[in-house]
Write a protein that binds this ligand. Structure first.
Ligand code: PLP
Length: 379
């Protein structure tokens, strides 16, 4: 089965009761037993639910994994992946990981005894040098958030395999349509399904996709034991959204590309970050591991010429909002919004300033979006 066929069909089984073409929402917390020890595969929705199972099969197929656990949020998926480790273990991650990931690592897990090093993963030597005898995991988020720096996934996997470390990739930004880390040797992929997989900004959710049955077994255990599994309603919405993933990703990318080109030539924009631009310095790596550039564009606004809030206020089609990956275009200032939780030091290390602006290109007409940006950038 090819990608678009999987997106529509994987996990959806013929409904035995009424031949419903779409997967029903099993809105039940409990499933009865026929007799002691005999049920139809489900007993309690925290541990398993047919609607969620359909989505899990679908996402596992798209990422090329052996299985998947669908969680209540992306952060729940990220937290669960960290529970494969124990206090005292050391994790290496990018300097510019998603702000919520940074907060979880630094403010929740670090006080519990987990150890973290944040390095610029564009430099594999820096990754290698950060490995200590306690290192148990390398956390990859590529393209990074918000600067779209690219980490060489296969390069990180080679370092990790040599030292028997677990590798986890947050694949939220590109989705499996443009990048499949498991095919490059990564052990676990996580997603905020809130973003592209659902694509309509109407749920929060997460997913953990496993490369082996052993990891899947432990992951399912952790999700059930900690109680972070996703609801059947949300699973149904993501299942509906994911069917159009390929079409949406093409549209997001098309708009992002045009926006990036427009911004790059603008006098009131200092710098543009987008993997599709020739000015992105990692072209060879981009071609090697990604089949597309995605829908996120980051830029440095010349706020001496165009004050940040005035710029945001003038926009008609870009909602000033965190998150990304929905059909509508969004804009935000990472320093004050998505990455504010990193604190002063984290922000400084990641290079985020008061001039950094991130756009999540929606699927509207590019001409309208560019016209909108043009009038707002006049200052
Ligand atoms: N990973 C990335 C790359 C994100 O951008 C986000 C949210 O913005 C998350 C994880 C967290 O996901 P959620 O907000 O669904 O908990």
């Amino acid at each position: 089965m090819k990608f678009r066929t999987k997106a529509v069909h994987a996990g959806t089984k013929k409904d035995a009761t009424f031949n419903a073409v779409t997967t029903p929402i099993y809105a039940t917390s409990i499933f009865s037993f026929d007799e002691i020890g005999k049920n139809k595969g489900y007993d309690y929705t925290r541990s398993g639910n047919p609607t969620r199972a359909a989505l899990e099969e679908n996402i596992a197929a798209l990422e090329g994994g052996v299985g998947c656990s669908v969680t209540a949020t992306g952060m729940a998926a990220i937290h669960t992946a960290l529970l494969f480790l124990k206090p005292g273990d050391h994790v290496i991650a990018n300097t510019d990981v998603y702000g919520g990931t940074y907060r979880l690592f630094n403010e929740v897990l670090k006080p519990m005894g987990f150890k973290f090093s944040f390095v610029d993963m564009r430099n594999l030597d820096a990754v290698k040098s950060a490995v200590t005898p306690e290192t148990k995991m390398i956390w990859v988020e590529t393209p990074s958030n918000p600067f779209l720096h690219i980490t060489d996934i296969a390069g990180v996997v080679a370092i990790a395999k040599n030292k028997k470390l677990l590798t986890v990739a947050d694949n939220t930004f590109l989705s499996p349509y443009f990048q499949r880390p498991l095919e490059l040797g990564v052990d676990i992929v996580v997603h905020s399904t809130t973003k592209y997989l659902n694509g309509h900004s109407d749920i929060v959710g997460g997913a953990i996709i496993y490369s082996t049955k052993e990891l899947q077994e432990r992951g399912n255990f952790l999700v059930n034991a900690t109680g972070v599994s996703g609801s059947p309603f949300d699973a149904w919405l993501v299942l509906r959204g994911v069917k159009t993933l390929a079409l949406r990703m093409e549209a997001h990318q098309n708009n992002a590309f045009k926006i990036a080109q427009f911004l790059e030539g603008h006098a009131n924009v200092k710098k543009v970050f987008y993997p599709g631009l020739n000015s992105h310095p990692q072209q060879d790596l981009i071609k090697k591991q990604m089949t597309g550039f995605g829908g996120i564009v980051t830029f440095e606004l010349d706020t001496a010429k165009v004050p940040l809030n005035a710029f945001f206020k003038k926009l008609k089609y870009f909602a000033l909002a965190v998150s990304l990956g929905g059909v509508e275009s969004l804009i935000e200032a990472p320093r004050f919004m998505s990455h504010a939780s990193m604190g002063k030091e984290g922000l400084k290390n990641s290079g985020i300033t008061e001039e950094t602006v991130r756009i999540s290109a929606g699927i509207e007409d590019a001409e309208d979006l560019i016209e909108d940006l043009e009038q707002a950038l006049k200052g």
